[in-house]
Write a protein that binds this ligand. Structure first.
Ligand SMILES: Cc1cc2nc3c(=O)[nH]c(=O)nc-3n(C[C@H](O)[C@H](O)[C@H](O)COP(=O)(O)OP(=O)(O)OC[C@H]3O[C@@H](n4cnc5c(N)ncnc54)[C@H](O)[C@@H]3O)c2cc1C
Length: 309
């Protein structure tokens, strides 16, 4: 089995940045990806530095793939189901029967997202119309002064609703799923300018007035934009298999790009505790790749004792 200098699992912004750097350090680099980058769901991002006119997520990923490929990084489509050590090497098994061996491993596997429990065609239509959004940090700016609703369980949704008050005086929290909102919390939100609605969400109704949110038997409430609180799960099973100590929420520790606590293993991107953003993922990728390269140099006796790592 071919032994790569570095294997990167995950072909999103983190993994592709790591691959670019590793390839430019003249490392034999393989990216293994199963094609579910969260960046692919971005209609147009306006906060990726360098793209003043914005860039669609799929275009960014295409360009990053081509960029890493230009310097020799190889990309293969596969879903890795198991990771183990064999001596000093990492050995990975894919669901299509493929096996891969690498001296270092960068895990950039990102997060999985649970979609809202509503008709998929309605959700798709609202995303296309730009009325359903998932990332206030990314696109709150685009909704300055608009009628904004945040929808989700109170514990998760309250912080997001308050965050969006930076951009609009018309923010409503649609609290679903976890009993009536305690009076003290409702009063605290109202005091901070967030209106509150509670009930079971029955339907979304995209229309000319924006997006309608139907709760119980009442007439729909209309908003310009709706932010469902995203429920995400870190894709950290491979890290766990390899003995990485995961944080409370199942993510890799915040400094995992410097080394994830397992020799030769580095983490990057959303899978690492911190801010889930493209620019952060890219920075993690650069650090993880440089650390992996220097780790290999050290192993191969290419570092003077006082060398800077
Ligand atoms: C709707 C939406 C809008 C967003 N808008 C913005 C924005 O405007 N600006 C911004 O900065 N951020 C935005 N984000 C967040 C941004 O997409 C993420 O922060 C970014 O994609 C993280 O990069 P990553 O490489 O860590 O993870 P990802 O991009 O999710 O990539 C992880 C990759 O690993 C692969 N993978 C996982 N497990 C395996 C496995 N076992 N085997 C093989 N492959 C595997 C996945 O398929 C995926 O391709 C948005 C997110 C969403 C959902």
């Amino acid at each position: 089995m071919h032994r790569h200098d570095a294997i990167v699992v995950g072909g999103g912004p983190a993994g592709l940045s790591a691959a670019l750097y590793l390839a430019r350090y003249c490392r034999d680099t393989l990216v293994i990806d199963d094609g579910r980058s969260r960046a692919l769901a971005i209609p147009r991002s306006h906060n990726v530095p360098g793209f003043a006119a914005g860039i669609a997520g799929p275009d960014l990923i295409d360009q990053m793939r081509a960029h890493a490929g230009r310097y020799g990084a190889r990309l293969t489509k596969a879903h890795i189901v198991a990771a183990a050590r064999d001596g000093d090497d990492f050995v990975l098994a894919a669901d299509n029967g493929g096996e891969f061996r690498g001296r270092t491993l960068v895990l950039a596997t990102g997060l999985a997202t649970d979609p809202m429990d509503l008709a998929p065609d309605v959700l798709r239509a609202a995303i296309t119309a730009g009325t359903l959004r998932y990332c206030p940090i990314c696109d709150g700016y685009e909704h300055r002064g608009k009628r904004i609703a945040v929808i989700g369980a109170l514990a998760d949704a309250a912080g997001e609703a308050l965050f969006l008050r930076t951009f609009s005086n018309d923010v409503t929290l649609v609290s679903i799923g976890d009993g009536p909102v305690p009076a003290a919390e409702a009063a605290a939100l109202l005091e901070r300018g967030v209106a509150l609605v509670h009930g079971s969400l029955l339907a979304l109704e995209p229309g000319t007035q924006g997006i309608g949110v139907r709760i119980g038997d009442d007439a729909p409430l209309w908003f310009d934009v709706l932010y469902p609180v995203e429920v995400t799960q870190p894709r950290s099973a491979l890290a766990r298999d390899l003995g990485v100590g995961l944080g409370e929420k199942g993510k890799l520790p915040a400094d995992a790009m410097f080394g994830a606590g397992v020799d030769g293993l580095f983490g990057a991107g959303d899978i690492v505790e911190g801010l889930d953003q493209i620019s952060v993922a890219m920075g993690h990728g650069a650090i993880a790749a440089t650390r992996a390269h220097n780790w290999l140099r050290e192993r191969d006796g290419q570092v003077m004792p006082a060398d800077i790592g």
